[in-house]
Design a protein. Sequence first.
Length: 96
Amino acid sequence: MLFLLPFVSGLLTGVTVGFVGSTFPLILSIAGESSAGIISFAFASGFFGVLLSPLHICLVLTREYFKADMWGVYKKIIPAASVVFLVAVIEYLILR
């Protein structure tokens, strides 16, 4: 739940403000506490979704400008975004 809500919301909106505003109140009320680890992990999950979202305007415009193949773009984005997410998981495990 801590991963899924922000990730799906970020994937569907493509905007950071969208996933934070729609999921953080739910996550904080479900978790019952607001530790730095929970907030950081939830933010990284949503940001991971935003980076992979085909609705993210930066991704759309950049792909259009360079006339890049979407799969080619994802081959570059997925490893980099995965490293960011892995660091967030490690941070969550340390701070919980």
